[in-house]
Design a protein around this ligand. Sequence first.
Ligand code: F0G
Length: 528
Amino acid sequence: MNAETAVPELAEPNLRRLLGTAGLDVEYVSGEGNVLHRRTADGSLTPVLDLAGGYGSLVLGHNHPEIVARARELLDARSPVHAQFSSHPYANELATELNRIIHRELGVSEPYYATFANSGAEAVEAAVKHAELDRGLRLSSILDTIAARAEEARTAVLSGAATVPAPVYERLGVTRPARDEDGVALLIAEAERRNTAVAGRAPVLLALEGGFHGKLIGSVQLTHNEGYRAPFAALGLRTRFVPMDRPDVLKEVMEQERGTLYEIRQRAGRVEVAEHDHPTYCAFLLEPIQGEGGIRPLSRKFAEDIQQFGRDTDCPVVVDEVQSGMGRTGALLASSALGLRGDYYALAKALGGGIAKAAVMLVRETRYRPEFELVHSSTFAKDSFSCHIALKVLELLEAEDGRAYRQATERGEALAAMLQRIGAAFPDVVKEVRGRGLMQGFEFHDQSRARDARLAEAARSGLFGYVIAGHLLHAHGIRTFPTASAVHTLRFEPSLLLTDEEIGLLDRALTDVCQIVREQASERLAVP
Ligand code: F0G
């Protein structure tokens, strides 16, 4: 029972209690642009500058008037939200518009087919499910070919049209019998034995250390944070996590995971052994800028290394743009600036314009499996409301020849310049400022061994970033958080409506925080 209320707390009371330790358990009652209004202890409302931005969901800010107006139109028109298993022209219109923009940004013309979802994790899981369906069908096709060629070889030998040269037996470690008729059967059996073992291996998924792709049963296996993933590891996939900027590790993975499928065939009257690469890999997942993992941009070089790995191993690359996408870095796809061409894309968060739950998985035509449409769906996905809202979002991003993208770039540069200035003024406090566009990370040096006992204790317990967030909220009226998997890094992901005045407010607030940390003066921290 919560002391302040007569009703029992049944909606994640533990989380609210934890938020309360840093004064973050406040109630927001309205929001517009970058400003939320929260209820204070005396019941009045006070403005808060929201720089957490819905964890990247609010490229256009809270309750953008044109998006709210569109939502009203849809509701007034009684647009059917639940009209599953019917024609959804608005969904196709959205997929077509996404393709138009992606083709422009990537300089390609190959279509990307859309599967809609309700959240980022769902879009990621749809991509992985589709990739596994594709991998399984590719494997079946190879095994079918092998079986057919083996039958041809057997028939040819039995009819005397083919013989089995000695080296073929040596290749598969089969003792040569007196008759080739028996020999070809032994060779086929040995190849089947080996192929069954390899084909039965679990698919390999690759993701980057520090990566975050969701917390559902499948996506959590791809999320590097041990705390999120370990309790559920028994439920899921085999993921190998690759460190950033380590192409040598990619080569190790390639060697270690290589699998071979053997084919017994006959050519020009001689039986021979052919080899097929086993489709070992399900997918390689990456974020062009790691969000929850600490706002860490992927380097162009490593993006190219991963792309090359994907080509060398026929491993599809899933570009997770759930947080980095939708204009935040000055383009629909943050990865387009890296020269990265995904086999799959996941978009969500800001796709819903800050009011709809919308997500989409896009798969390039050369990998598309129409069968997937019959085995994957969701009650709420592809609904008229979220598709129309997402179309409105794209309309606002694309208006005036992409003014919104230019605005995001310019506002991001202004924000980054201010953060860099503070970083330069407090090198003893600030470890690094990094990010791109309106996705910026501000990393403090670890305070675990600080002179100030409270700062040290907060750092050792992983709460330093939250304590600072509480001070920013209560002393400066600014809302943000540390990235959950890199708790010394504050995330700044405001909408493109960010004003110079708001940047100035953050400037003063962070200067205050850095002075407190420099002077080890935690007594000046605003406590709830
Ligand atoms: N992928 C990325 C890159 C994300 O940042 C997130 C969520 C997800 C997938 C999952 O999306 O929450 O809609 O299911 N990121 C939040 C964060 C949790 O803290 O940045 P979801």
